[in-house]
Design a protein around this ligand. Structure first.
Ligand SMILES: C[S@@+](CC[C@H](N)C(=O)[O-])C[C@H]1O[C@@H](n2cnc3c(N)ncnc32)[C@H](O)[C@@H]1O
Length: 342
């Protein structure tokens, strides 16, 4: 049994009532993402300052301006109605994504696991049977799914430990920087607040990343070696690659053929009928039985009132000073559906 008393320092014992305890968590989306961003900005600014012989402050302001440019461009791309052209290979574009989108998408994923017993009960069964859960994440580079599942697991206050092994399929290899940094932040929260020893943590995680284009099936030979996973997550990926839908369909069909009977497929995306239609078609072709679709319109303010966007830290101040529209996103307007391999 883990006792949640030590957040305020090892010498202070604060007894929490049941409600406080239920709301308490060491993992905070904005705080963790803010720390990861700050360390990236510092390192990029230092290197610009050295290379161009300008002050660190000047270099940092250039970096912030460039992040703001990506924030504006990404919003434009997502609302264009065409396949978005987001330059994730640029480190400053990745920072813009972490800042604006990762906290809210992680919260949405947490919400889905909380609300949908089909997927959470399955996760528990697999954990009980195999001592671990293998999760394949399409477009999982940024670490959204890692954060959301880690916080959900922590919030559940279950007595046994969950072991989550992620396989990340993302064509942008460099996302590994932020994925690993997020994982390190989660681990250090548990190390500092619970125990040095992993045995007492609510969950442990590991991740293999695979830099591939999920719309290209040409380069895999032995699909079975990679795709025998328990849960497959597609969070905001169908709406990102829709021009290449026939190829994505081929990829998912080949991959699903290798997955064990009963494996779960979770799709989360923007609330538009065209994405639901695509998923219905994909699932039919791949032998995946879909449950009902669930629409959800909510916000982090309702789902996670303890999350504070100001916990993002200096990036939040710097961006808003120069770009008043540059808030992190807090609302979602999404659907989810769970599929089961037949
Ligand atoms: C909108 S983000 C979604 C990220 C995350 N799943 C979330 O919910 O926040 C799309 C992700 O898919 C990746 N991606 C886009 N096209 C891809 C492709 N053809 N193959 C593999 N990954 C791709 C991007 O690098 C990015 O990490």
């Amino acid at each position: 049994m883990v006792t949640y008393t030590a957040e305020y320092g090892p010498d202070t014992i604060i007894y929490l009532n049941a409600k406080e305890l239920a709301n308490m968590t060491y993992i905070k989306y904005f705080e963790i993402v803010g720390r990861v961003i700050e360390s990236n900005i510092e390192s990029i600014s230092e290197s610009i300052s050295r290379d161009r012989d300008i002050s660190y402050e000047e270099a940092r302001m250039e970096v912030i301006d460039s992040i703001i440019g990506h924030l504006a461009n990404n919003t434009h791309e997502w609302s264009s109605g065409c396949q978005p052209n987001i330059r994730y290979e640029d480190p400053l574009c990745r920072i813009a994504y972490l800042y604006r989108i990762v906290p809210v998408n992680a919260n949405l994923l947490e919400f889905v696991f909380e609300k949908d017993a089909k997927i959470e009960v399955y996760l528990d069964e697999v954990q009980k049977e195999n001592g671990e859960v293998n999760i394949c994440v399409f477009g999982g580079g940024p670490g959204t799914e890692l954060l959301g599942l880690a916080k959900r697991t922590e919030m559940r206050r279950i007595e046994h430990q969950i072991v989550l092994n992620f396989l990340l399929l993302d064509q942008v290899n460099e996302w590994v920087e932020s994925w690993r940094a997020i994982r390190k932040e989660i681990d250090s929260k548990f190390r500092n607040n619970i125990n040095q020893n992993r045995n007492g943590w609510p969950l442990t995680t590991s991740g293999d990343s695979c830099a591939i284009d999920i719309t290209n099936i040409d380069n895999f030979g032995n699909w079975g070696a990679v795709f025998g996973q328990d849960i497959y997550i597609f969070s905001y990926i169908i709406s990102e690659v829709f021009d290449d839908y026939p190829q994505l369909k081929n990829f998912i069909t080949k991959m699903a053929a290798q997955s064990p009977k009963g494996a779960k497929f979770l799709f989360i995306d923007r609330i538009e009928q065209r994405w639901k239609n695509v998923i219905i078609d994909l699932a039919e072709n791949a032998g995946i039985a879909l449950s009902e679709f669930h629409d959800t319109r909510s916000s982090m303010g309702v789902a996670s009132p303890k999350e504070e966007k100001t916990d993002l830290g200096q990036i939040y101040v710097d961006v808003l000073e120069r770009y008043p529209k540059g808030y992190p996103r807090l609302n979602w307007n999404a659907f989810w559906v769970v599929g089961t391999k037949e």
